[in-house]
Design a protein around this ligand. Structure first.
Ligand code: FEO
Length: 389
């Protein structure tokens, strides 16, 4: 897909694609890379909207200088201090010594922590609802605490109705890579794994920004959104309310020698035979764990199948459940399949783990396999499938 980064004559995309990073934030697989977005607003005063990761400094600087065409920036707007956006603040400030740095009162301490240079004399500190005039363009700032750091702020440009949304509405994937799944899958994986814990804060931001007339969303990662904005905002509303997005069920399993896997696959077959519209199944050890977290949130029902290991859960299942707890998994129906050769314990551990989550309904039927699934286990699986309906 060709990069669609044209915003307007005055607002220029100067971000960079990173297609060589092994793991974004040292944990997320990004087979299509990631983009570090940055923008320049050209008016009587010139504003640069965020910097980029230090992996992309040279290319970003070249893009910015091309957009500036010999002029100097008046402001660097710092909407987020995470190093994938803020790594070049000190370098850029040194390069343009007359440039002001637009921050809020939570940003300033972080700048001092990340950079051993005192930039405080150059701060323009903005508060909720305050504006910065650039000429015919005007930026109004809205605080977005915990979406997904405390200092994050959005900027709304009134004349072109552009929302600079920081991490919100971001997506994995470089801009010049074609994503055959469109926006939603990788935006969902990004959302639940990176922002997912902070649903209440996202809800607050959606309510606050809901009054604005937005024509374009410029996030810090992923494509610039120009059409059908109600679709993206609607998904963010569903996700941040922890409501299931799709009618389906997800079977997630961790299996040592393949016997728990056989049971999980049989379970999926039974669910399909009973008419479940969508049955997703994943081997937690072999599929992208963060995609599994995404699927757990995507559907309203989840069956976890785990081998018993050291009198507890199979480690990858434990990790999966840990991620669900960390991301505030809630409002779902869950069922368990355990396997054990001498003392099955996985279901007990799963029940304990899920009991601390909000509004989780646990199916009464537990399928307890001894070593290998047998015909005699099918009845319990049928019962669990009926209960999960
Ligand atoms: Fe893309 Fe929270 O940084």
């Amino acid at each position: 897909m060709e990069k669609d980064t044209f915003i307007s004559d005055s607002v220029v995309y100067v971000g960079v694609d990173d297609k060589t990073i092994d793991l974004f934030e040292s944990q997320y697989e990004v087979p299509l890379g990631i983009s570090y977005n940055s923008y320049v607003i050209l008016d009587d005063k010139i504003a640069v909207m965020d910097t980029v990761d230090k992996r992309a400094t040279d290319e970003w600087l070249a893009n910015v200088e091309k957009a500036l065409d010999g002029k100097k920036p008046d402001y660097l707007i710092v909407s987020h201090m995470e190093p994938d956006h803020a790594a070049n603040i000190a370098m850029f400030a040194e390069k343009y010594p007359d440039m002001k740095i637009v921050v809020n009162n939570k940003t300033t301490g972080m700048i001092a922590q990340f950079f051993d240079t005192d930039l405080s004399a150059r701060y323009v500190t903005v508060k909720e609802g305050e504006s910065l005039e650039l000429g015919s363009h005007k930026l109004t700032f809205y605080m977005m605490p915990m979406v997904h750091w405390p200092e994050v702020m959005a900027a709304y440009e009134e004349s072109e109705k552009i929302l600079f949304s920081a991490d919100a509405f971001g997506k994995f994937g470089a801009l010049d890579e074609y994503d055959e799944e469109g926006w939603t899958c990788e935006a969902r994986r990004y959302y639940f794994n990176i922002v997912g814990k902070y649903g209440a804060q996202v809800q607050a931001v959606l309510k606050k920004l809901g009054t604005l007339d937005i024509k374009t969303i410029c996030p810090l990662h992923g494509p610039i959104l120009k059409e059908d904005l109600g679709y993206y905002i609607g998904l963010y509303d569903t996700w941040s309310k922890y409501e299931p997005e799709d009618d389906g069920i997800f079977v997630a399993y961790g299996s040592i020698h393949g016997n728990t896997a056989d049971a999980a696959k049989k379970m999926a077959e039974i669910l399909k035979a009973k008419g479940y519209k969508k049955v997703a199944i994943a081997d937690l050890a072999r599929e992208d764990l963060h995609e599994c977290v995404e699927d757990a949130f995507r559907y309203g029902r989840l069956i976890v199948a785990s081998a018993t290991y050291d009198a507890g859960l199979f480690p990858i299942v434990e990790t999966f459940v840990h991620h669900l707890i960390a991301k505030n998994y809630q409002n779902r129906k869950v069922g368990f399949i355990e396997n054990g050769t001498w003392a099955p314990m996985a279901a007990k551990k799963l029940k304990e783990a899920f009991s601390g989550m909000k509004n989780i309904t646990v199916a009464e039927t537990v399928v307890s396999i001894r070593s290998v699934m047998k015909d005699s286990d099918i009845e319990a699986m049928e019962k669990l499938a009926d209960e999960m309906m």
